[in-house]
Design a binder for this molecule. Structure first.
Ligand code: URA
Length: 442
């Protein structure tokens, strides 16, 4: 009997060979089960990032991730189950708004989310800044909550796509995130492990995304679509703009605070617009409702309090304090120091290095440097202007929420360095760069 040696798999990928699907599956499952350690797995990830994985290898990785745990099924929900996932951005709180909003519109949403990754924020870290809230829900608990409340946002766990949980954290700690096949397998393993009727993907493109331009984002969209259609699942993909922070809040509790304002109808802007857009696409695809009518219904659900009420129910069901939807300031953790972020130049905001601002927030403690680290829920950056806006020297652009003055000063400096200020008017970027509507399915 020959013993399997993971070094053979790593060496083959190092030498740009195409791995047989069963070898990829074996490697991923062995790592998930603790048979091989972080060192070989990190080497495999780096070789995969540098030398690529083809469609078969990516499919094998996705299958292994799903097979590493259980799946979520619902029985008869009586309404369509929709999932939505972003490939990662800065101030991207769409899931926080979308899940309760779609539930308030008569859809069901069961979503496995991720933690902060690289410079991007993670829905789970954000939600866990609500005191008491748990995201480590068992598969049957997720299904029950979706039946009762209409939405649940949970983590991968030892029972749900644990291989993605392990690889995701290792990728974060080893600079192996921005790879089309690794992101596609990670995203789609979490989507295919849940028996939803429709998957909507938000593939981000721009300075705050892993894919910096729409062409690379399109490759990621195509890789995700291939995995969805390979599994016979209806999936629509939007390529959306991440050339600047989507919302204003770049942190954890700060993002929740902003999502609450959007859910209560009191905050306008790109975060609201994109949340409405996805909710309307979900209604259009599952209920045949015209997009304009669906958008109007979604806007009304934000403005009449029904989406916010659904968010409170979801938070309560997951053990969190639902008063966060009424008075976020009294429930969410707050940083000891809040200092204004003052512009150092006058002109028109021409471009934003959103990754730079994400890294500045992460360095305050909102993200992780090492695997498994705790994030600081209270700290972060609020950055208000959008591309095309006028900014004036010494006028506030937002605030830095920090633990110390030194940390705040460094975050201010890094944020200001991330801005390009122009003299002439600048056209704001489009919010949606492309849309591949769902087709096919079960
Ligand atoms: N979201 C995920 O779930 N995985 C990634 O790799 C990137 C974004």
């Amino acid at each position: 009997m020959t013993t399997w040696d993971p070094r053979g798999t790593i060496a083959a990928k190092r030498e740009r060979q195409t791995l047989p699907p069963d070898e990829v599956e074996r490697f991923v499952l062995a790592y998930a089960m603790g048979e091989i350690g972080d060192g070989p797995a990190a080497a495999f990830l780096m070789a995969s990032l540098l030398n690529g994985l083809d469609d078969e290898e990516t499919l094998a990785m996705t299958r292994a991730m799903i097979a590493s745990g259980d799946t979520v099924t619902f029985g008869d929900l009586g309404r369509p189950a929709v999932d939505k996932h972003s490939t990662g951005g800065v101030a991207d709180g769409v899931t926080l708004v979308f899940a309760p909003l779609a539930a308030s519109l008569g859809l069901a949403v069961a979503k496995l989310s991720g933690r902060g990754l690289g410079h991007t924020g993670g829905t789970l870290d954000k939600l866990e800044s609500i005191p008491g809230l748990r995201t480590d829900l068992e598969p049957d608990r997720i299904a029950q909550q979706v039946h009762e409340v209409g939405c649940a946002v949970a983590a991968q766990s030892s029972r749900l796509v644990p291989a993605d949980g392990a690889l995701y954290a290792l990728r974060d700690a080893t600079a192996t995130v921005p790879s089309v096949p690794l992101i596609a397998a990670s995203v789609m393993s979490k989507k295919l492990a849940v028996a939803s009727d429709l998957i909507l993907l938000d593939v981000k493109a721009g300075s705050g995304a892993f894919m910096k331009d729409p062409a690379r984002a399109r490759s990621l969209a195509e890789a995700c679509l291939a995995l969805a259609y390979g599994a016979g699942r209806p999936c629509g993909v939007a390529i959306t703009d991440m050339s600047q922070p989507l919302g204003e809040a770049i942190g954890n509790a700060l993002d929740i605070n902003e999502a609450v304002q959007v859910l209560r109808g009191s905050r306008r802007g790109l975060l609201r617009d994109l949340s409405i857009w996805f909710a309307a696409r979900a209604l259009e695809a599952t209920g045949g409702i015209h997009f304009d009518e669906a958008s109007a219904r979604a806007a009304t659900a934000l403005d009449d309090g029904s989406a916010s009420e659904r968010f409170a129910r979801m938070i309560e069901a997951q053990g969190g304090d639902p008063r966060v939807t009424e008075d976020p300031g009294s429930v969410l953790p707050r940083a000891p120091l809040v200092v204004p972020l003052l512009a150092d130049r006058t002109g028109i905001l021409g471009a934003v290095d959103a990754e730079g601002i994400g890294m500045a927030s992460s360095a305050l403690g909102a993200g992780r440097v090492r695997k498994g680290e705790q994030v600081d829920p209270a700290v972060g950056i609020v950055f208000r202007p959008k591309i095309g806006d006028r900014i004036d020297a010494k006028e506030p652009l937002g605030e830095i929420h920090a633990r110390s003055r030194d940390a705040a000063e460094l975050a201010s400096k890094r944020t200001l360095e991330a801005l390009t200020v122009a003299e002439d008017p600048v056209e704001p970027p489009p919010l949606i760069h492309g849309w591949f509507p769902p087709e096919g399915g079960r």
